[in-house]
Design a protein around this ligand. Structure first.
Ligand SMILES: *Cc1c(COP(=O)(O)O)cnc(C)c1O
Length: 373
């Protein structure tokens, strides 16, 4: 038996909704786009939502809408998916990294000021693995220095900090709907903001720079095709209607892991801080400090050998070869992110992962650890 790292949760209702679009006349720019956007804005509690074809394009459009470009710097975390940093570069600006908090694994607000220069325009924090811890502190520092915040909430749909939802901390925020996220549209993303002019700019940029009331062949500015089709939106509408149910299922799986892996001093198991309501994206445990990267990698191999899919979230962004080449980053620049990343093990995690499979994963991991010591 294979234990999968991630599986989408698609019911007959999604299949019906997608089929209905396929039977109709509007495969793109039809009524499902507006319906998905409105439902999403309502769920997050912001005025506007703009659907795009990926989280990456969403973050890129935020940069453009906010006028961030050549000569500007944007501060982000080195411990994230590559697509937090690349949209900054696509816009022509420079990503500046600040090390992470060793517990939350989010950007360390206490170190943020060390990354601020005359060129800093914005901070781009990420709720890594769905954990919103520290977002309030990032916002405080941003306000103190008059910096914009673009929130990468791609891993945190449904999370909240002191009752405030992920996606409401930034002036703009972005969600992503790749199949391993809390909800999926196959591929897709959503930009959120309370400001109409920013949302309108994104609507134009995603659709070839067209004007709101202009013709199909009238283009006001350099734009892109980042549209989200009605097929994707129909899937997204049903998925969003199930998000609280998904969150509860994922919380249950996280709880099984927490219980079964508790009191094993070889592992650091993620916990939910008191002020956080985590919508779990993935379940990533870490090996204790004394373990090396080589040991972690051999544990990953051994798990895979037992037909259990695991992953090594994340390789630090600043150590990706093209980042090293372009900006000269090196090992040692962000020691907390580097040390954490060498000891992570992402365990199988999705809505309908059965309890007995969680038990197999935990038992296998412990047996492999026994052999490694
Ligand atoms: C998933 C994700 C994105 C966006 O990814 P897409 O595949 O482009 O939708 C951006 N940032 C983070 C942190 C993510 O996890």
């Amino acid at each position: 038996m294979q234990v999968y790292l991630s599986r989408p949760d698609i019911s007959e209702e999604e299949i019906e909704a997608v089929s209905a679009v396929l039977r109709g006349p509007n495969l793109s720019l039809g009524p499902k786009l507006a319906e998905f956007e409105e439902a999403f804005a309502k769920y997050i509690g912001l005025k506007r939502a703009v659907g795009v074809n990926s989280g990456t394009s969403g973050l890129f459009l935020c940069m453009l809408a906010l006028g961030i470009g050549q000569g500007d710097e944007v501060i982000t975390t080195p411990f994230t998916f590559i697509a937090s940093a690349t949209p900054i570069m696509m816009a022509g600006a420079r990503p500046v990294f600040v090390d992470i908090d060793p517990v939350s694994l989010n950007i360390d607000a206490a170190k943020l000021e060390s990354g601020i220069t005359d060129r800093t325009k914005a901070i781009l924090p990420v709720e890594v693995f769905g954990n919103p811890a520290g977002m309030d502190k990032v916002l405080e520092i941003a306000q103190k220095h008059n910096l914009m915040v673009v929130e990468d909430s791609c891993e945190a749909l449904g999370s909240a900090l002191n009752g405030k939802k992920a996606g409401t901390f930034g002036r703009m925020s972005v969600f992503g709907f790749y199949p391993n996220k809390q909800i999926t549209t196959g591929e897709g993303g959503m930009i959120l903001t309370d400001e109409d002019d920013l949302a309108d700019m994104c609507v134009s940029l995603r659709n070839q720079g067209r004007a709101r009331n202009g013709g199909w062949l009238s283009h006001e500015r350099l734009g892109y095709n980042f549209r989200l089709s009605d097929i994707n939106c129909a899937l997204g509408i049903v998925q969003l209607s199930r998000v609280e149910q998904f969150k509860a299922k994922r919380r249950q799986v996280a709880k099984w892991y927490q219980e079964m892996l508790a009191d094993d001093e070889r592992l650091i198991v993620p916990a939910e801080p008191d002020d956080c309501d985590i919508s779990w994206f993935v379940f990533v445990v870490r090996l204790a400090e004394r373990f090396t990267r080589q040991q972690r990698d051999s544990i990953l191999e051994a798990m895979r050998g037992q037909k259990i899919q695991v992953s090594n979230y994340f390789t630090p962004v600043h150590l990706q070869p093209f980042m090293v080449e372009q900006f000269g980053y090196k090992r040692g620049d962000f020691p907390v992110a580097e040390s954490v990343s060498e000891r992570t093990i992402a365990l199988p995690f999705y809505n309908n992962l059965p309890q007995d499979e969680v038990a197999i994963v935990c038992k296998t991991l412990k047996e492999i650890l026994d052999k490694n010591l």
